[in-house]
Design a protein around this ligand. Structure first.
Ligand code: B12
Length: 213
């Protein structure tokens, strides 16, 4: 078994301390953080998702895997995101109301920060009112909405409608993403863009804000 296969398996077992330890060992051995993320941690989380779907893994175990992912991301974050550069623009982000999934959103935030954007992360279960209040206060160039449930993706629509009704829609670009979200859905709810993963999100955001790639 390769080191990355081993890490993916540890993600399934959900021991945060061990996952963090092995992540650090791979970093020390000179492995690229992107490789550890994509070919180890995310692969492991994919298996967890499949086992959750088929009923082989239950919520408390999935939560342990998520905690392990957070522990590893904490180690990778300083390597994936650069601090101290002049920000290219301000981005407000959050997972929409009713939804507490945050790993994907956090990754998108880390890579956007790494690309030079300033991130205001409102966390999870964010109401349309909270998004509106923050747009008014922070005046971001872009809003990034995440949803991981087929039920909560509808709250993206509600959020965009509320922003429209508050007269703020023309002031902010909106990108949406998350496993159940599609390009077609993004168009239907009036978002400006959709991206399938964090790397693509950076490209789309640069395009939307007309920042040189
Ligand atoms: C971990 C997890 C949990 C954890 C979340 C912990 C946390 N802090 O995030 C816990 C245990 C809490 C949880 C709870 C639930 N979960 Co859950 N969960 C998952 C799981 C296994 C992994 C998600 C994840 O982190 N993936 C890894 C990251 C890196 O990938 P990602 O999130 O997809 O993000 C990438 C892209 O989607 C995209 N992206 C994400 N956000 C954004 C935003 C923007 C702007 C852009 C551009 C891109 C983008 O870029 C990211 C990085 O590349 C998924 C399975 C899966 N296949 O997704 C189920 C899954 C999402 N959960 C599911 C369900 C059903 C639930 C529960 C309803 C279960 C229950 N019975 O209670 C609850 C709901 C809780 C709630 N109200 O939100 C279902 C959803 C089914 C559906 N279609 O609606 C899934 C698909 C599992 C399954 N196969 O059945 N879950």
């Amino acid at each position: 078994m390769s080191e990355l296969e081993h890490l993916a398996q540890l993600m399934e077992e959900g021991n945060a301390a061990t996952v963090a330890e092995v992540t650090q060992q791979l970093l020390n051995a000179g492995m690229a953080p992107q490789t550890i993320l994509n070919d180890g941690l995310i692969v492991g989380m994919g298996v967890v998702g499949e086992k959750m779907r088929t009923g082989e893994m239950y919520l408390p175990e999935v939560l342990q895997s998520a905690t392990a992912m957070h522990a590893a991301l904490k180690l990778l974050k300083p390597l994936l995101a650069r601090d101290g550069v002049k920000p290219l623009g301000k981005i407000v982000m959050g997972t929409v109301k009713g939804d507490v999934h945050d790993i994907g959103k956090n990754l998108v935030g880390i890579l956007l920060q790494g690309a030079g954007f300033e991130i205001v992360d409102l966390g999870v279960n964010v109401s349309p009112a909270k998004f509106i209040e923050t747009i008014e206060q922070q005046k971001p160039a872009l809003l990034a909405l995440s949803a991981m449930l087929t039920t909560t993706m509808l709250n993206m629509k509600t959020t965009i409608e509320a922003i429209n009704n508050a007269g703020l829609r023309s002031k902010v670009k909106i990108i949406v993403g998350g496993a159940p979200v599609s390009e077609k859905f993004a168009g239907e709810i009036g978002a400006d863009a959709y991206a399938r993963d964090a790397v693509k999100a950076v490209g789309k955001v640069k395009e939307l804000l007309a920042v040189a790639a």
